[in-house]
Design a protein around this ligand. Sequence first.
Ligand code: FNR
Length: 363
Amino acid sequence: MDQIVNVEEFQELAKRALPKMYFDFYNGGAEDQHTLKENVEAFRRIMFRPRVLVDVSKIDMSTSILGYPISAPIMIAPTGNHKLAHPKGLFRETATAKAAAACNTIMIVSYMSSCTIEEIASSCYAVRFLQLYVYKRRDVTAQMVKRAEKAGFKAIVLTVDVPKLGRREKDIKNKMIPPKLKNFEGAFSMEVRPNKGSGVEAFTSRAFDSSLSWKDIEWLRSITELPILIKGILTHEDALKAVEAGVDGIVVSNHGGRQLDYSPATITVLEEIVQAVGGSIPVFFDGGVRRGTDVFKALALGAKAVLIGRPIVYGLAAKGEDGVKKVIEMIKNEFEITMALSGCPTIADITRNHVRTENEKLH
Ligand code: FNR
């Protein structure tokens, strides 16, 4: 494991460890995969304006999210079906959660997790948020929210960018069959037809409520006291609507390029959204974070913290719980070095002036 020095190497190990169908499911994006690539590429066009002769002998990366202290502004994004990270299903969300606890960070558990949320809750002490999709069967979704409250989850993260599933062509070609979801056993049939395109798409179009709209935030608010974050905001217009709807935070996200291809790279819209929100609620960020430098860039452009998706499942597929730990620690270490070399001993020291986007002239 000492030989592995960056996320890209974990991606390669995951590819070798997994059957093609599962690796493609984790790795792939929608249609031309333009947004998927851009999420990563757009970070490369942002350069630093490092400040020197600042005492960086002590670096403090800690921050707090909705009142919960974490070791660094790096959280685990919700990604479904962790059972697929092992050819025999031996790695699961419980391993990811243990790694989150060991790294003192927050795991956002996917609504589509392979383990039940109770199993994940009892596996470790990590702070957990539950990501939510809304099913046509609202009673099933409401029941999940109640179960999350009971199991000690601290917030609900409502994902709003999947009224229909994006066209993930690899899943269509592979006739990807999602495993049955233990959380909903007995609630309704999860049978999908394997011989007709993507089973993930078939399940989503059958189960997900594509009529979901802004007024449903009130419905969600009426069934839970937990803080509500909205994940999947890409414009300042929708960011303002989210503030008006009274949510407790937003996640700037294009679902890792898996939904609407040619959505902009998230890092290119972050600042517009942060400015619109004007500090009234925290703005979180995901999409393309592969390096500690990316974490720094997102924070400089106004994010409170970042979420990482694929790197976590690469780590899980490559080395199980230890792999996830190593991925988080690596990105944390890179972030720490970036802070030191930029002259920022604390998170509060990171400012807009520490980065230069491609449209800005050299000062
Ligand atoms: C996801 N994502 C996701 N999002 C969500 O709200 N619920 C989910 O169940 C899933 N499932 C999922 C599975 C896999 C395999 C991937 C790669 C992604 C999206 C995820 O939360 C996040 O927005 C992106 O993964 C962020 O981009 P990066 O970090 O993967 O580049």
